[in-house]
Structure formats: C-alpha cells, structure tokens
Ligand binder design. Structure first.
Ligand code: ATP
Ligand code: MG
Length: 287
C-alpha cells in the first residue's frame, strides 16, 4: 500500500489560547496506481493531512505508513520517503527562486547527487511532461505566466521521479482554460503510472478525475468512496459547505421525487440518458 494513515491526530499550538484541533483521528489508505481526491471546506484539515504524508509533520498520536514504512519509527528513512512522495504545495510557483527554469527544475535531482547527464535528462523530460516548450529552459521563471510558473514548479517535483504525487489545490487561482489544462496534465501523469492524491475544493474537478474521494469535515473523514457514492450525500455535503456537481444534484432530486433514475450518476451525458430513458418508458413527467 503506498499510503496508509491510521487514527492521525494533529493539534496546532496545544495548551495555548490558539489551540486548533486540525485532525481528529483520520484513517485512510491509498492503493497503488489510484487517483484519490481529498475534499473539504476551508479549514477542514486537508493541507495538514498531506503535510504528514512525506514526514514533514510528526504523527502523534496515530501513524503514517509510506510504502509500508512507519514514518514515526526512529529509524525511518525520511530521505527515501521524500524521494517516493512528491509534494506540490498550494501556489508552488511562489517557491521558484533560481535564475533559469532548468536550474529550478534541477534543484531536487542535484541534491540527490546524481551524475550531471542524468540530471540534465530528468530536467528536459520533466519540462516536456508538464507541457512546456523546451525553449523555456533558459528563461527566468519570472518571465513566464502564472500557469507556466506552476508547471515549472510541478516539473521540479516530477524530476525527483516520485512514485506518489500529492498536490494541494493544483488548479487554484487559474482561469477555466488553465484549470482544464492543469487537470488534464495531472491525469496524464496518473495515466503514466504515478499514484496521485489531489486536494481540491471543487467537486466537479474531483468527480472528473478521481477514482476515490475522502471528504474531510472539521478534521474528520465524513464520507469516502467513489465519486458516485459520495455525491449521493448531496444534502449532508451542502451542510459542510460543499456542493456536488449540478448533474448529481439534479439526478438525486429527480430520484427523490419518484423518477426512475439509477443511483450514482453525476456526468451530464449519463444523467441526460437516464432522464430520456425514464420518459421513454412512460415514467413520471416533469412538472
Ligand atoms: N500553522 C498553523 N497554526 C495554527 N493553526 C493552524 C495552522 N495551520 C492550520 N491551522 C488550523 O488548522 C485547521 C486546519 O487547517 P488546514 O490548513 O489544514 O485546512 P485546509 O482544509 O487545508 O484549509 P484551506 O482549504 O483553507 O486550505 C484550521 O482550523 C486552521 O486554522
Ligand atoms: Mg489548505
């Protein structure tokens, strides 16, 4: 199992007036090759949770296992863990600092003390993988657009060749076209064999990309399952400040009103087909 989290608790500033119980006993597992989404309202604990997944934070009480290794163990090889788990923070472009794109992308692999040719190979491959033109390599990252800068930051993580990629709100702040491109880029990375965990506020985005979702609410897992299973709980999710995709809402509402619409539909085309099928069989007419 690439990632296993058991009963994880995280309290910020314990014993002070600012004490915040960010995680209150979270357990989850991510399977090999999965694309998992973590969703939740602001402050629900998403970023805190993922910061535990490469050993940045200590897990106490509770335990985090990466590829079977207990990160709480005194002898845990945190360098191996950080190679296996690539963590892309929210707005990662703010962390670019080198004079050129190529140097920025090379930063991680250079710390691995790899031979120069291997570093060069990884850098050009990562730049292509994030859909940037190789001509950006010698430019300053600061000459690029916001979306391009974010790709450079992701390339820097991919150049470490992680087997697990974790991204915190990778589409945040991008325009609709930029969001679509970013999600398609992440799907391509997943399709090439990387296990992906993506934090998001957007039910539409996770519905489109993810095999399985974990919904965090005030530091606890409220729901988990396939997007179709999770979207059945539209009313409870609404109470947590989350909206399911419009088509899931429509399908759930029609079903509650007696329409013969199967459970678990949330894509536009499947909901349309189910409504037409219902009407074609002489089912209840819309008011
Ligand atoms: N460094 C910190 N010090 C104190 N409290 C913190 C700190 N970081 C987060 N918190 C608190 O922990 C809780 C969980 O925060 P976290 O950032 O993990 O949530 P999130 O789901 O990632 O939110 P967002 O969607 O806004 O990114 C919140 O109540 C937050 O105020
Ligand atoms: Mg966050």
């Amino acid at each position: 199992m690439p990632i296993e989290v058991k009963n994880l608790v995280h309290v910020y500033m314990p014993g002070t007036p600012f004490e915040a119980h960010a995680l209150k006993g979270v357990s989850l597992a991510v399977r090999d090759g999965e694309f998992v989404g973590i969703i939740g309202h602001t402050g629900s604990g998403k970023s805190t949770l993922i910061s535990h997944l490469n050993g940045l934070e200590k897990s106490e009480p509770g335990a985090v296992f990466v590829n079977g290794m207990d990160l709480g163990d005194k002898g845990a090889d945190l360098i191996a863990v950080r190679r296996a788990v690539g963590l892309v923070f929210q707005y990662p472009e703010y962390q670019l600092f080198e004079e050129t794109v190529a140097k920025d992308v090379a930063f991680g692999p250079s710390n691995l003390k790899l031979p120069a040719e291997e570093i060069e190979r990884r850098v050009s491959e990562a730049i292509l993988r994030v859909g940037l033109d190789p001509s950006v390599s010698d430019k300053s990252p600061f000459e690029l657009s916001g979306g391009q800068k974010r790709r450079v930051a992701i390339a820097g993580v991919l150049a470490m060749q992680p087997s697990i990629l974790i991204l915190d709100e990778p589409a945040a702040g991008l325009d609709p076209a930029g969001r679509r491109e970013m999600l398609s880029l992440i799907r391509n990375i997943h399709d090439s064999g990387t296990t992906v965990v993506m934090v998001s506020h957007s039910m539409d985005d996770v519905g489109r990309c993810c095999d399985r979702l974990f919904v965090l609410n005030r530091g606890e897992i409220a729901f988990s399952g396939t997007p179709a299973e999770v979207f059945l709980h539209d009313e409870a999710l609404h109470g947590m400040g989350l909206d399911v995709p419009e088509c899931a809402k429509l399908a759930n509402r029609l079903r509650r009103e007696g329409f013969d619409i199967p459970e678990g539909l949330f894509r536009e085309e499947e909901v349309c087909a189910a409504i037409l099928n219902h009407l074609g069989k002489g089912g209840k007419q819309p008011c």
